[in-house]
Design a protein around this ligand. Sequence first.
Ligand code: Q9C
Ligand code: ZN
Length: 341
Amino acid sequence: MEIGKGQMKIFYTANHQLHSPEFEVFNGEQVPHSEIPSRVENILATLREEEYELTPVESVTNEQELLNILTTIHDPNYISWLQSTHPTEAIYPSVFNFLNQQLLHGHLSIQWGNFCTDMFTPLLPNTWTVALTTAQTMYAAGQEILNGQPNVTVIGRPPGHHAGRSRIGGYCYLNNAAIAAQLLSEKGTVAILDVDYHHGNGTQDIFYDRADVLTCSIHADPRRKFPYFAGLENETGVRAGKKSNKNFPLAAEITNEQYQPVLEEAIHWISSHKPNFLIISLGLDTHESDPIADFKLTTEYYQKMARTLQQLNLPTLVVLEGGYSTEAIGRNMVSFLKGFS
Ligand code: Q9C
Ligand code: ZN
């Protein structure tokens, strides 16, 4: 057994393939969807080759507790609509609600426009089932941390960090990191560090007025990349959450050498707030081969990234966010996991 394997418990969602979007809509055109089952299948296959022990989460065993958490971090109207709506085909929004009155009438493509922000995030017949299983997996992972397991990783889909309190998008439906953060926040201060290529706007939104969950994101500058409408340095939190959010927007083609000092600055910011728990929103779309992104991080670098994160010396929950190279994503995840010892 490799160093570190025993210290890291890995959960995955066994049913993720039931959520399989075919296309997204960009400028009126259908383009193949990037957030597809082969992402997670490639990771699981690579982890099995490397003889990691994997624990599947197959069913929802804590539905009431999950719904309590979900209606705390998300608008209860959104959660109840998602839970009770049973689309028989893929639903894409047609009109977006800009007043937030949530008049739930009309075709499902109108109703979906109450809650979503873009045409990249279709509602599919099994979206709720799969997203809720991933939520259950996050709950189980959070419980492991509370039971004293030092490091836990969740390999799941769909991702979560673009899902905000009442507006979701960017391939995300329920905010997975926020589910675990809400659970852990009952026992201490939580820091969420988002290293996905894209700004973690949903996570920022959910905790923007709270001091008990710090949020920090390193990402492509939103002046040129999704989510476009959030992610600048001057977004630092409000009310009780003043100064509890930190953003690091970066230029294109960032290399390992350019990324590392930013990561160290983020870690310094986090440690100055003395949190009790760390959640890593791990997007592997920062890799040099990613088809929708333009950073230049290498496979080897993810090991160094993980070692750097360990300097915080905190119980750590890692959750997969983006990463769209279905060839490299498994190797990149293994490299990251090897950095834990
Ligand atoms: N056709 C996450 O990484 N823009 N979401 C796609 C490419 C949306 C990314 C444009 C990117 C969303 C979790
Ligand atoms: Zn991303």
